[in-house]
Write a protein that binds this ligand. Sequence first.
Ligand SMILES: [Zn+2]
Length: 377
Amino acid sequence: MSTGGSTTTSNAEDTDNIQSRNDHLRSLRFINPLSLAFTPIPKGTAICRIHALRCGHLDVPARDLIQDVLDDVTLPLPAYAFLIEKLSPEDGSVLKRVLFDLGLRKSYGNHRYQFLTEKYQIHLSEEEEIASILRNSLNISPSSIDAVILGHRHFDHIGDLGAFPVSVDLVLGPDSEKDLVKLADYLDLPLQVLQSRNIRHLERNKDEWKEIGAFKGHDYFGDGSLFILDAPGHCAGHQNVLVRTSGNPPIYHLLASDTTHHIILAREPKQPSLRRPLISIFPEDPNKPSNLLSFHDDLEEAYRTIAKAERMDLEENVNVFLAHDISLDRLLRGGIGSAQGGVQAKNWFTLDGNAAELKRFKDREWEDLYLASAYQS
Ligand SMILES: [Zn+2]
């Protein structure tokens, strides 16, 4: 009896705690991006070239991502990774190659995250694997990659890291050290195999960080062409990159990984009738109300990082891409950069990096892709 009584009390306390936590989470709202401090992005002549690589897609219920969805819609979210090439200022030849994120994996084997492939219906053909795109479409050997910068450790961003030799550096974001076991789990690798790689964990206190736009950034090449941005909120170690693709005029692309999964959360819609929904908070298991989740580990921090990305997007010379940006698919199918009219346009494109292209990116239509009728007006 006493045990039963105690359980009842404990459940009541749990319910109170859950209620108060949910009230707090639901009270969080978009932060006005113009209220954030902003440090002008330094100009310079050192530049990189970006290739966008579409490494499969997964079907995600919209309700898992955003609140206020009326219709029970499923969004086919692409998984984009990016090849970034540092170019010689003298002759434009490639000096360094790094990858930002690796997209989906073909197989999750028997490991404990296998259920994700069923829950989100992962679609990844052999030719969509990142190593295949590099080899077959760009004629680049995985061994010629200098480093992999992981936006974060989740299953849809880690690709098949094993396709890249251990000599390829792995760069992980602040706070990631404690989650190395989780990364090994997602990769279905023993921890010691993962640790045999040359892993660099960026640290907020030890590495050098500069104010860069709305973010704090680490100057990866030391010449301003590629900044790794601290982007907390989604999970430990979550990071973005800012790439300069033109010195004159200065043009930048912010590759935002999972800062948010939905451009409507990072950009004010042009249509006034399209109300911005909130990030979803949903019961993972309705029978276990204590296990409420959003896609972000720290929702409060996630809203702050989203506001930073939105502030960058307000700059006329900065374009923002999310890893699961459906509007990127439209650009890909329409043909852009070196992929214009080419059969290779299916899974990748190379950015020109110039002002005309930037305008196309900034002006891209996206609101209809998110099913305006699905949201409350
Ligand atoms: Zn993701």
